[in-house]
Design a protein around this ligand. Structure first.
Ligand code: SF4
Length: 211
């Protein structure tokens, strides 16, 4: 499998925010979101076997692992990597765009579906059947860039009863929409969602890699 980077940091964009976490960033993405901050993962990476990735992960003393990208489900080895991590009793998070089928993902993996809002330019790639595969442990994330994105996300919440089925997280496109504005809209509509910041962008330089 082609791996862009493996590192330990704090989890910054889910209900696990703030916890130490090992990130395995896999190479390749078939989307081109307007606000993408990981374009370096589109092509760059080194070939690893699943065993070699596991060895690297085991080297850190940390029980939380996130498989991210790029789009990690583009590589078939990501499924066996997740299975092996679950067998080893790691808590495994999968950050996926939601445009690829998640049915074959190990049921113990916590799926974080990063559904694409209209301003991402990739909204038409969302695979909505994935929403029927979510469990209570899973999460749906919306990165909101403007009022139209917010209204689109709110409609989806209502149409799919999302807040009754899993955790729902809303954050802003960094530098595009004010955090105060999004919080105001959430409170006005009394949405049962979790507002979140892209934590690493506030701790470190927003362009810094491997954090
Ligand atoms: S899915 Fe993620 S990695 Fe791919 S283009 Fe969008 S933001 Fe970038």
């Amino acid at each position: 499998m082609k791996v862009n980077e493996i590192y330990r940091s704090v989890q910054g964009e889910s209900s696990y925010s703030g916890l130490p976490c090992i990130f395995v960033r896999l190479t390749y993405c078939h989307l081109r979101c307007t606000y993408c901050d990981t374009e370096y993962a589109f092509y760059d990476g080194q070939d690893y076997t699943v065993n070699e990735v596991l060895e690297k992960i085991d080297h850190f003393d940390c029980s939380l692992v996130e498989i991210t990208g790029g789009e990690p489900l583009l590589q078939k080895e990501s499924y066996s990597l997740m299975d092996r991590l679950v067998e080893r009793n790691y808590t495994v998070l999968l950050e996926t765009s939601g445009s690829l089928d998640i049915q074959k993902v190990n049921s113990k993996v916590i799926k974080i579906l990063d559904l694409k809002c209209p301003s991402s330019g990739e909204c038409h790639r969302n695979l909505y059947s994935n929403l029927n595969e979510l469990n209570r442990q899973d999460e749906v994330k919306f990165v909101v860039g403007d009022r139209n994105d917010y209204q689109w996300a709110r409609k989806l919440l209502y149409d799919y009863d999302l807040t009754d089925r899993c955790s729902v997280l809303l954050s802003t496109v960094f530098g595009k929409l004010s955090t105060q504005q999004l919080v105001k809209w959430i409170l006005e509509d009394n949405l049962k969602v979790r507002f979140q910041l892209q934590m690493h962008k506030y701790i470190w330089d927003p362009c810094k890699k491997s954090v």
